[in-house]
Design a protein around this ligand. Structure first.
Ligand SMILES: NC(=O)c1ccc[n+]([C@@H]2O[C@H](COP(=O)([O-])OP(=O)(O)OC[C@H]3O[C@@H](n4cnc5c(N)ncnc54)[C@H](OP(=O)(O)O)[C@@H]3O)[C@@H](O)[C@H]2O)c1
Length: 276
């Protein structure tokens, strides 16, 4: 798949942020879309604007992918509507921010269910159909967080390390099958990722979701297994973490996150952690 014209692409987490940017960029390049998220109204607004702007064919599916039956219900709905997905963009993702013990257990587990379990289930269900057809593609949205442990985003970074490892393995297993698999590693991107928490992205260090989406799709079309769609310096950081001792990179990433105030961050609905 080197062009997107006429394909059917399913984008999870398309109601806002990077998912909306992937949807818009895919429509601009001529794809039909299936947009998935929990917020039906927001999804329908995105679908309407994409139809209006690009004349794209767009279907929406409301699904809670972190629920135990979320993916099976979604796949059943696609089957009922006879929708064959050519490109799966596993974009939906979430993560707790702040000290590990400062967030309720469920906040961590929900991110594991969404970032790991749902992504794996969708890759298995839709990837299996693609391999049977002998064509298709999967883009798994990981993060530069995948390359090192991150104190104060401990579960989030660990889920993205899974996405990186899983994607590289699948890309190799599927080689020659007609199905390509790629992980995308954005850096900080201007979305509402930290919404509902006291943390904030620093505008000077964030990329635009539109740029990240376009660069991701360009990299996939070129045949990459890993894409680094953020600003140039970010890729160099992923090299450093492969060379330095893991204890060093963990210390440095902990120090950086403390400098960003993430050691004091918490959900707005939960109390601030005790200062240490
Ligand atoms: N922003 C960054 O700095 C950054 C950097 C690197 C990687 N990423 C990755 O990029 C991806 C998109 O993040 P974003 O920044 O665009 O975040 P965002 O603005 O918070 O959007 C997250 C999307 O996921 C959907 N979602 C959340 N929980 C869901 C669930 N249980 N079932 C179905 N959909 C669900 C949300 O829609 P509903 O709430 O409507 O369900 C929303 O559409 C994530 O995988 C994230 O880890 C982000």
């Amino acid at each position: 798949m080197t062009r997107y014209t006429g394909i059917t692409a399913l984008v999870t987490g398309a109601s806002k942020g990077l998912g909306t940017a992937y949807a818009r960029e895919l429509a601009r390049r001529g794809a039909r879309l299936v947009l998935v998220a929990r917020s039906g109204d927001a999804l329908r607004r995105v679908a309407d604007s994409v139809r209006e702007e690009y004349g794209a064919e767009v279907t929406t599916e409301v699904a809670d992918l972190a629920a135990s039956d979320g993916v099976s219900r979604l796949v059943a709905a696609l089957d009922r509507r006879n929708i064959a997905v050519d490109l799966l963009v596993n974009n939906a993702g979430a993560g707790a921010v702040g000290p590990f013990l400062g967030s309720p257990q469920d906040r961590h587990i929900d991110s594991v269910e969404l970032n790991i379990v749902a992504l794996t289930r969708l890759s298995h269900a839709l990837g299996g159909k693609m391999v049977a057809r002998g064509s298709g593609g999967i883009i798994n949205v990981a993060s530069t967080a995948a390359f090192q442990a991150m104190p104060y985003q401990a579960t989030y970074a660990a889920t993205k390390a899974y996405v990186l490892s899983f994607t590289e393995a699948l890309a190799e297993e599927f080689r020659g099958s007609g199905v390509r698999v790629m992980a995308a590693h954005p850096g900080a991107t201007a979305t509402s990722f930290f919404e509902g928490t006291t943390a904030a992205l620093k505008p000077a260090f964030t990329d635009r979701p539109e740029t990240v989406a376009a660069r991701t799709l360009d990299a996939f079309a070129r045949g990459a297994v890993n894409a680094y769609p953020g600003r140039t310096g970010l890729r160099a950081i992923t090299w450093a973490t492969r060379i330095l001792p893991r204890t060093t990179t963990t210390r440095v990433s902990g120090r950086l996150n403390r400098a960003l105030g993430l050691d004091q961050a918490h959900d707005i609905s939960t109390p601030a952690p005790e200062p240490s």
